[in-house]
Ligand binder design. Structure first.
Ligand code: ATP
Length: 243
């Protein structure tokens, strides 16, 4: 179902993007550029501002100052959260619903076709046998795969994932990582937060490291893990920077 993206992913630019809440600076001005179909991992201790940065980039939050812009037309985007937000419907209906309300990617899809597309997404993510089960009684790992199947149907050019594996066991983590790679192979750019250094090493092309609401470094993954430029990132990698 996921249409291979032959068009280049537009570059995301943040120009001095800052976020305040009730007079408190939660994100200091951040400027960055995410170009190409890469996998960018956002890392940093609890409360560093990783989720805020991602929500600003995705457009769920409006910056207090600065600009978030895409070079060219804004791409189709989807976001997967730590705890999936699912409808009180079956797994299958969660997917057919998304196809019904979204104009993309196939506005002409009718009920039966939507059901077929939704079933094939369930199959792709190993959930076909759970199609009729209420989504909210699925296990954490199954719910996360359902959220990924839903995102798959949106055919995003950019996929944001906010700690998608933090509550999952190793097998479920592997399933989510495989899905992330599948998105990437189909031409989707990945932007993801994680606390898991091993996961970041497995997935990242580049790393954004945040600390206390500040972007401390944006580094190719190999450099980040072997020779981080900041003392904070070094301490974080050694497990010494807890907050
Ligand atoms: N909508 C909001 N309103 C007010 N404060 C917020 C809001 N969202 C986040 N914060 C605060 O901003 C700071 C950064 O939060 P954020 O969730 O981005 O951190 P994080 O790096 O993702 O942390 P964690 O690893 O614990 O998930 C925290 O102190 C948090 O309490």
């Amino acid at each position: 179902m996921n249409v291979h993206h032959s068009l280049p992913v537009p570059t995301l630019e943040l120009d001095s993007v800052a976020f305040n809440h009730r007079g408190q600076t939660l994100l200091k001005p951040i400027s960055l550029r995410l170009a190409g179909c890469q996998k960018t991992l956002i890392m940093g201790p609890n409360g560093a501002g990783k989720s805020l940065l991602m929500r600003l980039a995705h457009g769920l939050l409006t910056p207090t100052s600065g600009k978030v812009r895409w070079q060219g037309a804004p791409p189709a985007q989807a976001m997967v959260f730590q705890r999936p937000v699912l409808l009180r419907r079956s797994a299958l209906e969660n997917l057919t619903y998304v196809l019904a309300i979204n104009k993309t990617p196939r506005p002409e899809l009718k009920g039966l076709v939507r059901k077929t597309q939704a079933m094939s997404a369930l199959e792709k993510f190993g959930l076909a046998h759970l199609a009729k089960r209420p989504a909210r009684v699925l296990s954490g790992g199954e719910q996360q795969r359902l959220a990924l199947a839903r995102a798959w149907l949106l055919n995003p050019q950019v996929l944001f994932l906010d700690e998608p594996t933090s509550a999952l066991d190793p097998a479920a983590i592997k399933a989510v990582e495989d899905a992330v790679l599948e998105f990437h192979h189909s031409g989707t750019r990945i932007v993801m937060t994680t606390h898991d250094l091993h996961q970041a090493r497995r997935l990242a092309n580049d790393v954004l490291f945040l600390h206390n609401g500040e972007l401390i470094e944006h580094t190719p993954a190999d450099d980040f893990f072997t020779a981080p430029t900041s003392s904070e990132a070094g301490a974080f990698i050694r497990g010494e920077l807890v907050w």
